[in-house]
Every structure is written in structure tokens, then in C-alpha cells.
Write a protein that binds this ligand. Sequence first.
Ligand SMILES: Cc1cc2nc3c(=O)[nH]c(=O)nc-3n(C[C@H](O)[C@H](O)[C@H](O)COP(=O)(O)O)c2cc1C
Length: 210
Amino acid sequence: MYDSYFYEPARGHGLPHDPFNAIIGPRPIGWISSLGADGVRNLAPYSFFNAFNYTPPLIGFSSLGRKDTLRNIEHSGEFVWNLATRPLAEAMNLSCAAAPPEVDEFALAGLTPVASRLVQPPRVGESPVAFECRCSQILRLKTAAGQDTDAWLVLGEVVGVHIANAMLKDGVYDTAGSQTILRGGGPADYFEIQPDSLFRMARPDYPLVR
Ligand SMILES: Cc1cc2nc3c(=O)[nH]c(=O)nc-3n(C[C@H](O)[C@H](O)[C@H](O)COP(=O)(O)O)c2cc1C
């Protein structure tokens, strides 16, 4: 047993920094491109992001407040997820600027919009992996007491997948060599996937053999 610190988030953490994001971290980044009703391209990172199903593949991210990406997807029903890698980290960071809806974050971040195959929003040409997605659900998140929060979970079905051939080693996707970046805690912490952080562990059979 550890001697531990305990707090109830609703009453405050009492620490110099809220540890929540640092504990649930590093998190994959949902780097989401979408199109505004007026056709303006939008790109923004969301680290409250993950995959939720294999077949069909479903991914989702949470918009804390009603942001442009959420509004665009409510309107168009489509988005693209782009993989954020170390060479793209600075551009990814630029794309989070709180720019007004009429600003194209591809241009702001110096990125190339490339036409998608199945959906209208473009993908990031410099990103080695992209998922074309159709929105499947948008859920306004609630507290345990059933009160609405100011957070919206946007879920989408992955209907098209682009993978740079260099990321496929004998046909197997090379996560260890992908230089994927992940969000840590605090205002500025990130992690990069490196080959030496890989370890393997097969699932156990039951009954356990010790
Ligand atoms: C790495 C990173 C992760 C972020 N994750 C989230 C998130 O999960 N949810 C959120 O609402 N904002 C998140 N933000 C902030 C948004 O990117 C920022 O508010 C952005 O301006 C939203 O753009 P939009 O209004 O064009 O959708 C994150 C920013 C960064 C840099």
C-alpha cells in the first residue's frame, strides 16, 4: 500500500498544478481537419482523443466548449484525423491558435491541404497517416448527477485510411518508428514515441501457468 494523497476534484486538488492531465498521459492527439459552412478549412488538435471500436473503426474527441471543429462537424457530418509526428509538432501547435472561424489553420501553420477521397474536408499532406471520418454521434457530456457540462464528445466512423508507404514495414504498420507525438500534462509537455520504448507482452491463457 502507498501512503497517498487524496482529493475530490469537485472541491479542488490543492496541488500547485492539476495532476489530471499529467496522470492520463501521454495522450494521442486528434489532429482534426474539418470544413466550415462557408467552405473555410479548419485544423485543430484535440488530446481528449482516442479510438473506441475496431469494426467498424470508431474514433472520438472531446470539445471543451463549442469550438469551430465541433460546429463544422455538426453542420457537415465529416472530418479527417491526421497523425501528429515530431517533424509536424510545431505546425500542430500553431494550429491550436484561437483563430476566428474565417482563418484557415492550414495556411496559418504552413501545411498543405490535400483532397480526401471520400469526404469533403482535406487531410494534412505532410502527415503520414490520415483517417477520413463520417460523424456517427455527438454527445453532450453530463456529470454523474446528470447535469450538462460544456463538453461535447464527437465520434466518427473511419471510412478511409491513408498510410505513407514508408510507415509500412513488410506491410506491418511501424508504430515504433512513427515519431508519433503524445500530449503530457502541464502547459507544454509532449512525448515522442521512440523505438526503445517498445516492449512486448503476450496475453495470458487461462488457467494461468506460473
Ligand atoms: C496538444 C493540444 C491538445 C488539445 N486538446 C484539446 C481537447 O482535447 N479539447 C479541446 O477542446 N481543446 C483542446 N485543445 C485546444 C484546441 O486545439 C484549441 O482550442 C483550438 O483553437 C480549437 O480550434 P477550433 O476552434 O478551430 O476547433 C488542445 C490544444 C493542443 C495544443
